[in-house]
Design a protein around this ligand. Structure first.
Ligand SMILES: Nc1ncnc2c1ncn2[C@@H]1O[C@H](COP(=O)(O)OP(=O)(O)OP(=O)(O)O)[C@@H](O)[C@H]1O
Length: 235
């Protein structure tokens, strides 16, 4: 389970942007999170990805409470969560070739020997062609760079994925390809997914259930506040 218990978080403890939010994802479950711009979705997503320490509340990852954040999180917890952000150019080191960008987490965890095999597996899985791997971020399109960022998020085989508006900047066909890549990974590994976004139709199609931001602070919030999807078909 990925559980957020009564999370209060933000950038000024005197004025938190997230207050007492609760969310629980079962293993393998996909949950979409909708909400108006600026309400705190990305902040909560960063808390769930162990990148932002909450002011109060607890994150529990597969039964173990999280005690450290960012580089202070234990490696087993840090590597259990893969994250993809909205703007690939802000999350990709512009100096790295795509091959090094994708392999970065393997280098950081001393698993360099896995790099060739994972590149062979992930390059087609995210829809990149081998010729793009030698290019740097400024030499590829936003969609191609986001595909590389998704590969980077998957490279350690995380049990949980946090996709924060992963497709917001992309066209329909790239969106469909990235969603399909995430779903193929989840089908293969049983990973759970928290997908944050504004696109209600996409999240309803993509996820097992979809929550609105206000559902996270109401009681009970779990399944009672779910928005029923119009269709169970995948995007
Ligand atoms: N690094 C930061 N420092 C200070 N305030 C921030 C920071 N990041 C976000 N905020 C503020 O926190 C609030 C919530 O931002 P957040 O990005 O979590 O919202 P969001 O729901 O994801 O918005 P959007 O849908 O527009 O991406 C906003 O008022 C924003 O201005």
């Amino acid at each position: 389970m990925l559980e957020l218990h009564d999370i209060t978080a933000g950038y000024d403890p005197a004025a938190p942007v997230v207050r007492d939010a609760r969310l629980a994802l079962a293993p393998g479950e996909s949950v979409g999170l909708l909400g108006p711009s600026g309400c705190g979705k990305s902040t909560l997503a960063r808390v769930a990805a162990l990148l932002h320490r909450p002011d109060a509340g607890t994150v529990t990852l597969d039964g173990t409470p999280v005690r450290g954040w960012r580089h202070r999180a234990p490696r087993t917890q840090r590597t259990a969560v893969g994250v993809v952000f909205q703007q690939p150019r802000l999350s990709a080191d512009p100096r790295l070739r795509l091959t090094d960008l994708i392999a970065e987490p393997l280098r950081a965890t001393n698993r360099r020997d896995e790099i060739p095999q994972r590149l062979v597996e992930l390059t087609p899985a995210v829809g990149l062609t081998p010729d793009l791997l030698d290019r740097r971020p400024h030499e590829v399109s936003d969609g191609q760079l986001q595909r590389a960022c998704l590969a980077r998020a998957l490279v350690l085989r995380p049990r949980w994925l946090v996709c924060d508006e992963m497709t917001a900047m992309l066209d329909a066909s790239t969106t469909a390809a990235l969603v399909a890549a995430v779903e193929a990974y989840r089908a293969d590994t049983g990973a759970g997914l928290l997908a944050v976004g504004h696109d209600q139709v996409l999240l309803h199609r993509w996820c097992d259930r979809t929550l609105h931001w206000t559902d996270l602070t109401s009681t009970p919030n779990r399944r009672a506040g779910d928005t029923a999807p119009p269709s169970r078909s995948r995007a």
